[in-house]
Design a protein around this ligand. Structure first.
Ligand SMILES: Cc1cc2nc3c(=O)[nH]c(=O)nc-3n(C[C@H](O)[C@H](O)[C@H](O)COP(=O)(O)OP(=O)(O)OC[C@H]3O[C@@H](n4cnc5c(N)ncnc54)[C@H](O)[C@@H]3O)c2cc1C
Length: 445
């Protein structure tokens, strides 16, 4: 089984979860056998943040838990609009179900094939300065940790210890345990009136603040080869207020745009082709105020490196500030710049992401945990600082035996945790720590 971009193959045996008890059972077995277990979603990630690191046990195997069959709505509360789902449910199935209830999640991304567990574990974001990531819509969830304990976490709790835990668990890349069910807060069903317009980059730079602050949802797609953007602005129309509006259908994935412009049609065809080509994405996150500086630098880069314009698009979207320790938008308004990299059979284009990384390094951007990244362990430590320390302290508490370890994440974060070797000498020893260079080359393997 391969990930969406076909960068790597999953080799760990997969066990299917059918009922909630299967999860603690699998974790307890792993703890007592000294093996590892992790959960997988739809493998829509661009870095192997999924597979458990090999424990090397002779008689017992490490396992991946697929929650694919653990995918039902558990309950829906009409009064509050809270919906509780099993973590293996796909986002598109949740949306379809919510539509029937006259509700939706407040934000939306580019695709909806992710499983809810994977969606929140990597901090999947949408396209609105007025909305946080999907994790921001969590009301509560159930997590099974590496001690075999169950945690029912209320994200609105005022208890300091629970707040700390939720700040970490809400975006935890599978490092703190396995999430079985999630309750989301929803909003009344809305339609989207989407207006796509071709714009010069200079216009976007000049109108950066107003454009993002005044529209409900914004996506800026920059096409390097043309030095042009398509700016997609969507306004939310609440069903009850627009009963007679001439719209296609409700729901965020059904759009009603203005008359097609030839450039729009052409550029959208490029995006469609690009999605088909199974590109690799590196999505980096900046402070919202850095937008104009970022855009000027990006344009200069493509001017000076015309061969890089083969990468068809850079997708720019904003996020509201949020609470999660590992989030790019932690306590700040932010924007994400997603650099789509076309893969060749050869490695011709493979240093593109590294060049982008170097170009913006001094602007201290953060990373998307489900996408490719060129950050070294030293950079992660510097950029996430105190937040990372807090997160790793919680990881140590919830997973003292390293049952949920993943090689990619350990290479990145393992050495950032000062106590990890002392507490787990055996587990830490089997980690062949990669050099930064090898870590960066991961997606070319
Ligand atoms: C075409 C495409 C478009 C995308 N568009 C966007 C976008 O618009 N915005 C954006 O932010 N991202 C986007 N992504 C990235 C994607 O949303 C994330 O990578 C997300 O993690 C994928 O969810 P998944 O179900 O595939 O999880 P997986 O990739 O399978 O897993 C991701 C992580 O979650 C962990 N995990 C999964 N389930 C559980 C669980 N039940 N308990 C604990 N841990 C768990 C896994 O161990 C792993 O660490 C896109 C990806 C693709 C391929």
């Amino acid at each position: 089984m391969k990930n969406w971009a076909r960068q790597y193959e999953i080799k760990t045996p997969i066990t299917f979860v059918k009922e909630e008890e299967d999860i603690p059972k699998a974790i307890k077995a792993a703890i007592s056998n000294g093996t590892r277990v992790r959960a997988m979603g739809s493998l829509y990630n661009f870095a192997n943040v999924v597979e458990p690191m090999k424990s090397g046990k002779l008689f017992h195997k490490d396992h991946l838990l697929s929650l694919e069959k653990f995918n039902k709505v558990v309950s829906y509360d009409e009064e509050t609009g809270y919906i509780t789902c099993q973590a293996g449910m796909k986002l598109k199935d949740l949306n379809a179900q919510l539509e029937l209830y006259g509700r939706l999640l407040p934000n939306y991304g580019n695709v909806d094939g992710q499983k809810l567990g994977g969606l929140i574990s990597t901090g999947t974001h949408g396209r609105s300065l007025n909305q946080g990531s999907f994790s921001s819509s969590i009301k509560s969830l159930t997590l099974y940790d590496g001690n075999g304990n169950k945690h029912d976490l209320d994200f609105d709790s005022t208890d300091p210890a629970t707040i700390e835990l939720c700040d970490a668990v809400g975006l935890s890349v599978g490092m703190l345990g396995i999430i079985s069910v999630i309750t989301f807060k929803t909003v009344p069903l809305y339609y989207l009136r989407m207006i796509n317009s071709p714009q010069q980059l200079d216009w976007v730079i000049e109108n950066w603040q107003e454009l993002n602050e005044k529209s409900d949802y914004v996506e800026i797609s920059y096409f390097p080869i043309l030095d042009m953007c398509i700016v997609g602005r969507s306004e939310k129309l609440i069903l009850a207020e627009h009963e007679n509006a001439h719209l296609d259908a409700p729901g965020p994935y059904k759009r009603n745009s203005e008359r097609p412009h030839y450039l729009k049609v052409m550029l959208e065809a490029i995006v469609g082709l690009c999605l088909e080509l199974r590109h690799i994405e590196m999505d980096i996150c900046f402070d919202f105020e850095q937008g104009p500086e970022f855009l000027k630098r990006m344009r200069q880069y493509f001017k000076e490196n015309p061969k890089r314009t083969v990468n068809p698009v850079v997708d720019i979207r904003c996020s509201k500030e949020e609470r999660f320790l590992l989030s790019g938008a932690h306590k700040r308004r932010a924007f994400w710049a997603d650099f789509l990299c076309i893969r060749y059979g050869s490695k011709k284009n493979s240093s593109y992401h590294q060049e982008i990384h170097n170009l913006f390094k001094d602007m201290k951007f953060k990373r998307h945990w489900g996408k490719h990244s060129c950050m070294t362990p030293e950079e992660v430590q510097e950029i996430y600082g105190e937040n990372l320390e807090k997160f790793l302290a919680i990881k140590q508490e919830l997973d003292p035996k390293g049952t949920f370890k993943n090689k990619y994440l350990e290479n990145l974060l393992g050495n950032c945790c000062p106590n990890s070797k002392k507490l787990n000498p055996k587990m830490a020893d089997d980690l062949p720590v990669k050099s930064s260079k090898a870590l960066l080359a991961d997606h070319d393997d």
